[in-house]
Design a protein. Sequence first.
Length: 451
Amino acid sequence: MSTPAPPKDLPELVASLRSEKRAVAHVGIFDLNAYFRERRVRIDVLEAVFGEGGTFVNVLPRWDSGEAVYHPGPFVGEAIAIDLDSCRPYPFEDNAVLLIADYCGPSRACSPREVLRKQVSRASDHGFGVRAAFEFEFFVLNESGETLRNSGFAVGRRFAPENHCWAGETAAVYADFIAALEQDLVAGGIKPLSLGAELGPGCFEITLKDTDPMRAADDAALLKLFTKSSCRRLGRTASFMAQMSADSAGLSGHLHLSLFDLQTGHPVFPDSKQDHGMSTLFRQFAAGVVRLVPEGLAFSHHTVNAYRRHSLGNWAPRTASWAVQDYAAGIRVVPVPQERCRMEYRLPGADTNPYLTLAFVLGAGLDGINSGQDLPPPLAPGGGPDAAAIGGEPLPNDLYEASARLASSQDCRRIFGDPFVDYLVTACTHESEATRRYVSDLERQRYLEIV
């Protein structure tokens, strides 16, 4: 698809799409799980359906992961607006595009994408531009939607069961699968930096290139949609659960972020004359994240399953910590080369909502700069994956605790606003309660005959 100047309004976008012989638009909204809820419309009626007076039912912020309503109505059609800059090719249908929309009425306060947009605007007001990128691990199962349900969602047959971490053999044996997935991503406007095997049977990883923050979050959310769709079209299932089973590796969804000066274009994080090659602004930014993450972990960990990944042996940090180049730390500082100096936020699992993760890190970091936060000592060197459990303030152990800590966080409320914090607390508390009574086979095995 050609890349002309961004259209100034929807009629101009429609005219451009018609000139390119586009026939169909997939128009959708990302919900709290970064799940794309869409309507497919013909380009000929796009303006009539989603132009002035266009609506989408406002139930999306008011139902849970199981599509059960937990928030009071009324449930009505609410005005929405298409982000004209979001237009990209749709990889699974000829002559089709994908467009991201969002609510314009009361539900806009619940929009993860809007929360990110506000923090990007804050950065701009401070004279900072943002570069960001995500990387995701995921499992591929040899299970279709039907066989997965027939098994009761048991962890089934793994695709590439013989895979080892970063295995060259896997890259060769499954080259057709990897190339086909990459082709679908590229066809959808996503160009991976790398795509290959990761830790364990059926495990793969996609790393994205850095770009502007809204595009980075869009690419990350659509990476999941396109990957799951590509696999399902082949009769397989891609899983981005943070911890799919006890004998599986935890899956991560890490964020890489840097700031640059909007006037000069120069990066603001590196300073070779200071400790660890970190500028004062970088230290303050990282300090803001380290300080706030115990209170705001629910931004990146909004599912019950997200907390199971933070267990021994998983390389998943369990404290608010930082270190230079240390993969056991919650924040990994990468000081060189200077032109790519950045921080890696290593706490989120692959189930994270990229809009909320990026919004939280950016908001907390900017607050650290504004208040001149001091960076605490780094994580002690020399530890392996289990060193992630020591050093720094402990993180919430589960979704309920994270919800409670967020509810009482005056700093999160000040930075992100009461309406969204209250919404996120309500959603996370409901999700925790909805799963609290579930009893696993392991619990019955351990307790049924003993207690």
